[in-house]
Design a protein around this ligand. Structure first.
Ligand code: SAH
Length: 237
């Protein structure tokens, strides 16, 4: 047998450390894009500092992964801008014990942030390839309280309802009725609503059998395509 061993990796002080570099970019992202725009929830800020966003984008976009914009993730879909992820998450006011539904898994990044802040996350993605990749990535990174399900999330996920929080990360022409029905008492729903060119972020809170709705501001998402979203084959305008 050949007994030649690889020499130990030399540890030169000041040598380039990739993960350290990414961590630096991530902390700067939180300071300059998120705290500076008024996100205050310390748990949300901590989650945004801890989840390695660069592992949720295609490899060739590694160095752009902490930039202040959405990025393509294949299949015509995008990973949302970091600030948008933080803003929507803050609106859910998660304390740690919740069951959460996400519609639009995409890369799985938003699901990972939710997994840090809640007890249990169900995430529905209609495109099988994206769902499979996100499931594998989340498993590898140890997010074992997230389940990714393939299906039309505009119908919600009635099998596991009710949810304390529902987040839709695709734009819908209106608020899908099943998502309201699947909210628990006191539950919160965050969803972009409006034409495909520009939507308004809506927050709905279920209070004593009533739904209180607030409009929070403008946003742009890829379309929610499904029975209670945009219909296949129709123009998204
Ligand atoms: N939250 C994602 C970004 C989502 S992009 C992330 O963190 O990366 C929007 C996603 O919604 C796309 O992946 C798209 O395929 C998915 N989508 C669109 N309509 C859907 C539907 N009816 N049900 C489930 N997923 C849907």
């Amino acid at each position: 047998m050949n007994d030649i061993r690889e020499p130990a990796e030399p540890r030169v002080s000041g040598a380039f450390d990739f993960e350290e570099e990414m961590r630096g970019l991530r902390y700067r992202m939180v300071r300059e894009q998120i705290e500076s725009r008024g996100i205050r929830d310390p748990r949300v800020l901590e989650a945004m500092r801890s989840v390695p966003r660069h592992l949720f984008v295609p490899e060739e976009l590694t160095w752009e992964s902490y930039d202040d914009n959405p990025l393509p993730i294949g299949e015509g879909q995008t990973i949302s801008q970091p600030y948008m992820v933080a803003w929507m998450t803050e609106l859910l006011r998660l304390q740690g014990g919740e069951k959460v539904l996400e519609v639009g898994t995409g890369s799985g990044y938003q699901a990972a942030i939710l997994a840090r802040l809640a007890r249990e996350v169900w995430s529905v993605e209609k495109q099988e390839g994206l769902a499979e990749a996100a499931r594998e990535r989340l498993r590898r990174l140890g997010f074992d309280n997230v389940r990714v399900v393939v299906g039309d999330g505009s119908r919600g996920l009635p099998e596991h309802a009710p949810y304390d929080a529902v987040i839709v990360t695709a734009g819908s022409p209106s608020i899908p009725q099943p998502l309201l029905e699947q909210l628990s008492e006191g539950g919160r729903l965050v969803i972009p609503v409006g034409p495909s060119s520009l939507q308004t972020l809506n927050l709905v809170v279920r209070e004593g059998g009533e739904f209180r709705r607030e409009e929070k501001g403008g946003c742009v998402f890829v379309p929610l395509v499904g029975k209670y979203g945009w219909r296949w084959g129709r123009r998204y305008t």
